[in-house]
Design a binder for this molecule. Structure first.
Ligand code: BGC
Length: 453
């Protein structure tokens, strides 16, 4: 049996990622809470309720779990509606509570990585037009200045906005997130305003804290032509890739926003990333379909025979992460994998998903690409937006009614990886034996991925 150790560089960050509305509970003053109260929006009528009760103080026990499991970082987000419950009125108590969480992370040996916007907005913002109204840009900057000024002695890595690409589409084109818009033009407008809000935040944070690292978390989805030899499928996959993956990062690189609807110069956005933050979950194949103008004349489905999560939400396609890393690397920036994970209540798929994706990160590290950290989504089962509690992404299971946590085997597997700063064949054999031959093939059966960059 082959034995190998895939080591990561010293100082590599290992942790999990969370988001305020998904873990805090009782976030009554934002658009998500209001959305949850209206029937039909959330699977099975679920609500965030107490979530993981972090606002009630359970972040302490959960970060104890992270520290005990060898993590050295944690990514969490700040809830804008708590810090600024009404326009220009600041809740200093809420800011102190976030200082306490950041300090609590540091005290446990966890580097805090802080997201400033993760899908939820104060009600006063959504009532004044949300992200399609460009007036949000200076308002977001004002909030960012307040938070960064207050936390700058504790936090040095900032994620301005989580997944602006996915957020714009889900909230303004697909109707899945508040405000439930179904207009592609509005989604593109929101994407533009999100890009500019990020840029304003980037410049403001650097003014306050010149040495900080500022970026955002891009959602990358791999799109492969269903029939690779078919030029229409190739065109359709490319069109989706451009709109979903490339639109915002390109604008952040060269200051040009090139949507399929309009082009615009946004010079203030150029060069506004100190690192490339990547969220990757899955890949899909795309077939040209002239009857689907709303989805760029195409249909998407998971590759045939793929290893699917229990609800069919995610296919285990680690090559897509490799593709995402290669693309991120082409920007020349250091890279953080800011999210990666799978919903799996019985932990049947998660161990091999984890092993296979961390293997891709190691491939990149092995070519000396500057990948600096990996954050698994997520620590404890949380409120999964429009899917409510039907999706379980945690290393730890949560019983929301009792707040009981139960460890899944993947938590131990991830602990072995974090503690060793390496993925070894021994731990794969112990926790994901079914992935062993795929990751460590016997001599003479090496997969081409192991040898090419
Ligand atoms: C989001 C998380 C979400 C996860 C799994 C990501 O796109 O950033 O907030 O919970 O997907 O659904």
């Amino acid at each position: 049996m082959i034995r190998a150790v895939h080591s990561f560089p010293r100082g590599f960050l290992w942790g999990t990622a969370t988001a305020a509305h998904q873990v805090e509970g009782d976030n009554r003053n934002n658009d998500w809470w209001a959305w949850e109260q209206e029937p039909g929006h959330i699977a099975l009528g679920h609500r965030s309720g107490k979530a993981c009760d972090w606002w009630g103080g359970r972040w302490r026990d959960d970060l104890d779990r992270s520290a005990a499991d060898g993590h050295n970082a944690h990514r969490f987000s700040i809830e804008w509606s708590r810090v600024e419950p009404t326009s220009a009125v600041w809740d200093e108590g809420a800011i102190d509570a976030y200082r306490e969480i950041a300090k609590g992370a540091l005290d446990r040996g966890l580097m805090p990585v802080v997201t400033l916007h993760h899908f939820s907005n104060p009600l006063w913002i959504s009532e004044s037009g949300g992200w399609v109204n460009p007036e949000i840009i200076p308002l977001f900057e004002r909030y960012v200045r307040k938070v960064v000024t207050a936390l700058q002695d504790l936090v040095g890595i900032w994620v301005t906005i989580n997944e602006p690409n996915l957020y714009a589409v889900l909230a303004y084109a697909m109707g899945a997130f508040p405000p439930g818009g179904k207009d592609i033009g509005k989604a593109v407008r929101a994407a533009r305003n999100l890009t500019l809000a990020h840029a304003a935040a980037y410049h403001a944070i650097h003014e306050i804290q010149p040495g900080s690292l500022v970026g955002l978390a891009h959602h990358y989805r791999a799109f492969w032509p269903a029939r690779p030899a078919n030029p229409l499928d190739r065109w359709a996959a490319r069109a989706r890739w451009r709109m979903v993956n490339d639109l915002i990062p390109r604008a952040l690189a060269d200051g040009r926003f090139r949507s399929l609807i309009w082009n615009e110069r946004l010079p203030q956005a150029a060069g506004t990333q100190d690192y490339f933050g990547l969220n990757y979950y899955t890949a899909e194949t795309i077939a040209f379909d002239p009857s689907q103008p709303g989805t760029l004349f195409s249909r998407g489905f998971f590759p045939e025979g793929s290893d699917l999560s229990p609800t069919g939400f995610i296919a285990n396609e680690p090559e897509g992460l490799w593709e995402a890393l290669s693309w991120a690397h082409s920007t020349g920036l250091p890279i953080f994998v800011m999210e990666n994970g799978v919903e799996d209540p019985t932990d049947r798929l998660r161990p091999r998903y984890l092993a296979a994706h961390i293997r891709q990160v190691w491939r990149a590290v092995n070519f000396a690409w500057p990948v600096r950290g990996y954050f698994f989504w997520t620590l404890v089962d949380n409120f999964e937006w429009e899917r409510g509690w039907t999706h379980r992404f945690g290393l730890w299971e949560l019983v929301p009614e009792t707040q009981e946590r139960r460890k899944r085997p993947s938590a131990d597997f991830f602990r072995e990886i974090c503690k060793a700063n390496a993925l070894s064949s021994d731990t794969v054999a112990a926790y994901a034996p079914e992935a062993f031959e795929w990751l460590f093939p016997p001599k003479g059966r090496m997969r081409p991925e192991a040898t090419t960059a």
